[in-house]
Write a protein that binds this ligand. Structure first.
Ligand SMILES: Cc1cc2nc3c(=O)[nH]c(=O)nc-3n(C[C@H](O)[C@H](O)[C@H](O)COP(=O)(O)OP(=O)(O)OC[C@H]3O[C@@H](n4cnc5c(N)ncnc54)[C@H](O)[C@@H]3O)c2cc1C
Length: 405
């Protein structure tokens, strides 16, 4: 082997939250692992600054990150628990309230900056003797062979392994290079994000108003501000981004019905285009796709990372089983176990989020009345409501060992 030829058991392309978690979950098991990432995590930021990219991490994700040894560091860097959720329909008037206390839980999850989760996982990887971080590094050609996969790096090196894990996000180059098609559509919507000051305390509550133009969420931050995620049609998003701060504030206060009083200072605004994408297959011999590379979902229920982390946990479980039975970790015997565990579950979530988006985007009055009646009914039937809460916590279904209590 020359220094241009690198050999591993596992190569993970993409060291974002999901790819880094996948590498962590496979470390310490005797496999040599490489993570190929174009840009490393942000290491420092001004004290007290909260980034625009935040995610609501549920209990299953917290458990998994705890097992991977990253949750303590994540807490140290800063998390914001949310104990309640209040959701209401702008047209039909229906509403629903979820309270973690009803389930005997301390919270429903935490709002965490994406860069915090990624950094805590990278720090774990840097401490692993069997993990090589190839960063910054870009991927060129990928050749899936009978016994190994070969990844050509842009700097001329070649890395081979028994399994390649594609965790390189929604526009996955790995998925394209190995010829796996993905289905879906653009929502012609963008999510505008901004961190804003609010007059009244957010009560550690995640607030979401469904408007016919798209959902608007106010997520509680530990400094008392809220992280706003406001999905609107593309032309409206462009308009909102260009508005001067006072006009944007007025539009946001109206859309949120002044639920937390007047809005104070508004930080920088950014917009992310929204689309639904689902890979036709998650696996091929010597290849597995995880996270957004396999499925991208509408952010209205904040499930993208949570689903991706479960993919990483399920893949680790399938590889463990292969190792115990002396099977090839890049063979279909192991990889189909992963795909079976996750594809149906992810498909259900994609369909549910898409259905919600369409249902609440409809202004037809009888339909609006029916969906509001549905919200009120669920709110009044505790067993049904608890089922929804357990699902949101990620404790309602059969989860992989890494995410179990
Ligand atoms: C507005 C908004 C709000 C959201 N809110 C939530 C929420 O509350 N909760 C939630 O669970 N999810 C949320 N999501 C979804 C969540 O952000 C994604 O599901 C998550 O980022 C996916 O993680 P990932 O690691 O799979 O992909 P990514 O985060 O896209 O990471 C991919 C990584 O791969 C690297 N990469 C890409 N190409 C290459 C290459 N060719 N070679 C090497 N490296 C490469 C990138 O640099 C990056 O580090 C939200 C999304 C949006 C847009």
């Amino acid at each position: 082997m020359t220094d241009k030829e690198l050999r591993f058991d596992l190569i993970v392309v993409g060291g974002g939250m999901v790819g880094a978690a996948s590498a962590c979950a496979c470390a310490g098991k005797g496999w040599q692992i490489a993570v190929i990432e174009t840009r490393g995590p942000q290491r420092t930021w001004p004290v007290g600054e909260v980034d625009l990219r935040v995610s609501a991490l549920n209990r299953a994700s917290e458990r998994m990150l705890t097992r991977l040894g990253a949750w303590g560091r994540i807490r140290e860097l800063g998390v914001s628990p949310y104990r309640e959720m209040r959701v209401w329909d702008a047209v039909g008037g229906g509403r629903i309230h979820f309270d973690s206390a009803d389930l005997g839980q301390r919270d429903l999850g935490h709002i965490v900056e994406n860069r915090v989760t990624q950094l805590a996982l990278w720090e774990r990887l840097e401490q692993s003797a069997d993990v090589t971080l190839l960063c910054p590094a870009g991927v060129g050609e990928i050749a899936l062979g009978q016994d190994a996969v070969v990844v050509h790096l842009r700097d001329g090196r070649r890395a081979s392994a028994r399994l390649l894990v594609g965790a390189d996000g929604r526009d996955s180059l790995v998925r394209d290079r190995v010829g796996i098609a993905s289905h879906g559509w653009a929502y012609d919507q963008q999510a505008i994000v901004a961190n804003v000051e609010v007059e009244r305390w957010h009560q550690e509550t995640a607030w979401q108003r469904f408007l016919p133009t798209g959902p608007l969420a106010f997520l509680p931050l530990r400094d008392g501000r809220c992280a706003v995620v406001w999905s609107v049609a593309e032309p409206r998003a462009r308009e909102l981004l260009q508005l001067e701060e006072p006009e944007f504030r007025n539009a946001l206060e109206d859309a949120f019905e002044h639920r937390l009083g007047a809005i104070g200072q508004i930080g920088p605004r950014a917009a992310f285009p929204l689309r639904l994408k689902h890979a036709e297959h998650y696996v091929l011999p010597r290849l597995a796709l995880i996270g957004d590379a396999a499925h991208a979902v509408h952010p209205l229920a904040g499930q993208g990372v949570n689903l991706g982390l479960l993919d990483a946990a399920a893949l680790a479980a399938a590889l463990d089983e292969a190792r115990e039975r002396d099977r090839d970790i890049g063979g279909l015997w192991a990889l189909r176990r992963y795909e079976r565990a996750r594809r149906g579950e992810n498909m259900l979530m994609l369909a549910a989020m898409d259905g919600f988006k369409r249902l609440f985007g409809n202004r037809i009055l009888p339909l609006a009345a029916a969906r509001s009646a549905g919200l009120v009914a669920v709110d009044r039937i505790p067993p049904l409501k608890h089922l929804f809460m357990r699902q949101a916590l990620g404790v309602g279904t059969d989860v992989p060992p890494l995410a179990r209590p």
